[in-house]
Design a protein around this ligand. Structure first.
Ligand SMILES: O=C(O)[C@H](O)[C@@H](O)[C@H](O)[C@H](O)COP(=O)(O)O
Length: 266
């Protein structure tokens, strides 16, 4: 557990949120490119790909700092449903439809790391997770001493029950210490079979951003930020494990009535 606090930002609407998310993501990109000439990012499903597309496909001011260099991006999935890549439930398909297919050619094409459909077809969700972990190992563990992958940025959503990735409240997966990627076969939210990054991988990232909008998130965000009882929720565990590395991008309806201090700009 770290003692520093997450950053909570709140904006009037999703448009304004997306305008602020852009420089945040690009700062993460630019720092990563300066460090190791590649930007390793993990993304979630839900409403995130739409907001991310709004942020990243907006016109650049022309400066190198404000330009997504997609050819240097390696995009992984924070969680993925065990379905074919062309299934309507696939997070890959969602990201493809909302963002990847709309990237102008001059910005370059990112390297995408989708799940291996072979283990979707044979129904072996543990093998699906293991193969995805091997993909991460190839990308991150150049040295054998690497215990956990360190993403430059992980972009997350927060469900109305406080879940994030496919880490659900009270689930034994929250205690996983060793695996980088875990299989979930009885998700309380359909579809039941999924794979997910584990909590230690999420909290090891250099930057972690949640995007949570709408009045439907008000109760759960209050529990996460203000209430002792909410502290064991998966999204709260990310706050506790990563502290100031975490930034929450919310809109005003999502944080109405929350006492935790929030800011209107980065
Ligand atoms: O796999 C899933 O079931 C979804 O991807 C889910 O985890 C989503 O990210 C959150 O429920 C937040 O959803 P919203 O961003 O739509 O609020």
């Amino acid at each position: 557990m770290v003692t520093s606090q997450p950053h909570l930002y709140s904006f009037p609407d999703t448009e304004t949120l997306a305008k602020q998310l852009r420089p945040y993501v690009l700062r993460c990109q630019n720092a990563a490119l300066a460090r190791h000439n590649t930007f390793r990012v993990a993304v979630s499903g839900g409403s995130l790909p739409v907001v991310l597309a709004k942020a990243l496909l907006a016109d650049s001011n022309g400066s190198p700092e404000d330009t997504p260099q997609f050819s240097k991006w390696n995009i992984f999935f924070a969680d993925e449903r065990a379905v074919p890549l062309d299934d309507k439930d696939s997070n890959y398909l969602l990201l493809k439809d909302e963002l990847l297919s709309k990237i102008p050619a001059e910005l370059g094409a990112p390297t995408i790391h989708p799940i291996d459909e072979k283990h979707v077809r044979d129904g072996d969700t543990q093998a699906l997770a293991d193969v995805y972990q091997e993909d991460l190992m190839r990308s991150f563990a150049a040295k054998e001493s690497v215990k956990l992958p360190v993403f430059d940025l992980i972009l997350l959503g927060c469900g109305p029950d406080g879940h994030t990735c496919s880490l659900f409240p009270g689930h034994e997966l929250l205690r996983e210490k060793d695996a980088w990627v875990a299989a979930e076969t009885e998700s309380p939210k359909p579809p039941p079979k999924r794979i997910t990054l584990t909590l230690p991988v999420v909290t090891s990232a250099l930057n972690i951003a949640f995007v949570a909008t709408g009045g439907g998130k008000k109760e759960i965000l209050k529990a996460i930020f203000d209430n002792e009882e909410g502290h064991s929720l998966p999204s709260a565990l990310v706050n506790q494990g990563a502290g100031e590395k975490v930034s929450w991008f919310t809109d005003h309806p999502a944080v109405e009535g929350i006492a935790f201090p929030r800011r209107g700009s980065l």
